[in-house]
Design a protein around this ligand. Structure first.
Ligand code: SF4
Ligand code: SF4
Length: 387
């Protein structure tokens, strides 16, 4: 049976973090089962953009520090790597993000090495799905002796939930990400691409920073939520199944997880996953805010209203009063739907990938629905808030 370890952890105090992670690892057989001295261990973090750790948009830098210290104690060489989304001035903002996040400081203080995936070269791989013929994945994912996926627990305005399965998208360097978004705009297809990446890289462990999660309109414009959990598993899909179930989501609510299930990426049946650690049954997180797009499968059995729901899709809209004219959204839009001067969006070509919403550092890209229809839907389906 697949194991997912859940440890309760109230904050990012470093000795507490290390103790909790180590206790969790003991339940998986101990660190010795996975690593040995002199190994190069890559921490594949979630560094979506130049955001601070307190924003809850990225894996917290103290979480990365705790893992680095543990691995240093095992005499491993530690790499911290990712590629951020979007573009400023034609390049992905990964370098800036490594500084803003605090990772560069952690690396310096803990003698780890930063791996900016935009600059490390790529390995060409052959995906099993037919969305693209070949894929380019950042080299450190193959050069490391052991890879630990270190995702953040977050909601996602387009994908509903993001965790261990989705975190591998940062293995695609720089602006290639926008191209892949354009080729797979629908979250279900996008899931195919994520599974392609998982099938080509070897991730040995998944350790999730679920201490302060993001709720609402994640992955960057939501609000922090004190979920106080660390999740550990060798199976990224099992980990996400447990994490999303804690948020009272079903696999069917999260298209990328549904695709991962159809491709047998791992275990996605909650009753077939062994939960250990501070819990032996599934804990739930109450009063959690969901993204606007979220409609529980339990509530969406109104087939006749599917078309109406479609009309209710929230669309991106740029609030010009807040916009700082940085053009991150313009440069990141995979189909060039945003006018650089007016910041108007051409909805005839917009593929609703929500990259603009996801990547705007100033929360100027809002998601709007037709108010009248949204009122009808709220009555039928309830709000985006569960007790
Ligand atoms: S909407 Fe956001 S990303 Fe786009 S130009 Fe304005 S501030 Fe920059
Ligand atoms: S306008 Fe925004 S949501 Fe539409 S395609 Fe461009 S980036 Fe995606």
């Amino acid at each position: 049976m697949t194991k997912v370890i859940i440890k309760e952890c109230a904050d990012y105090e470093i000795s507490n973090l290390k103790r909790k992670i180590n206790e969790g690892m003991e339940l998986l057989g101990g660190w010795d089962k996975f690593i040995s001295p002199n190994m190069k261990v890559l921490l594949k973090v979630n560094l979506i953009g130049p955001k601070t750790s307190d924003s809850a948009s990225i894996t917290h830098s103290e979480f990365v520090r705790a893992l680095t210290q543990i691995l240093n104690e095992y005499k491993c060489t530690v790499w911290i790597g990712d590629s951020s989304g979007g573009a400023i001035g034609g390049i992905a903002p990964t370098k800036q993000a490594m500084v803003v996040s605090g990772y560069e400081k952690v690396a310096k203080e803990e003698k780890a090495e930063i791996k900016n995936f935009d600059k490390e070269g790529v390995v060409e791989v052959k995906p099993n799905s037919d969305i693209v013929e070949k894929m380019y994945i950042a080299k450190p994912m193959f050069e490391a002796d052991f890879v630990i996926n270190v995702p953040k627990l977050k909601t996602h305005s387009a994908a509903i939930y993001t965790g261990a399965v989705k975190n591998v998208f940062g293995c695609i360097p720089g602006l290639k990400k926008a191209e892949y978004h354009r080729l797979a705009p629908d979250p279900k297809n996008f899931g195919e691409m994520l599974v392609d990446i998982h099938e080509n890289v070897k991730i040995g462990l998944n350790i999730m920073d679920g201490i302060v999660a993001m709720q609402g309109e994640g992955p960057t414009a939501g609000e922090p939520y004190n979920s106080c959990k660390i999740l550990i598993s060798t199976d990224p899909l099992a980990l996400d199944t447990v994490a999303s179930s804690m948020l009272k989501m079903e696999i069917e609510d999260v298209p990328i997880l549904l695709t991962a299930r159809s491709r047998d990426l791992g275990n996605s049946y909650i009753d077939k996953i062994e939960i250990e650690g501070d819990y032996n049954t599934l804990p739930t997180l109450n009063n959690f805010k969901y993204p606007k797009k979220f409609k529980s499968t339990k509530k969406s059995n109104y087939k006749a209203l599917v078309k109406v729901i479609d009309l209710l899709k929230a669309r991106p809209y740029i609030n010009k009063k807040i916009c700082k004219q940085c053009n991150m959204c313009v440069e990141s839009c995979p189909v060039q739907a945003i006018n650089k001067e007016t910041k108007n969006i051409n909805y005839d070509i917009c593929i609703e990938c929500m990259c603009c919403h996801e990547l705007c550092l100033h929360q100027a890209v809002e998601l709007k629905k037709d108010n009248k229809l949204a009122g009808v839907a709220a009555k039928l389906f309830g709000g985006n808030y569960r007790k």
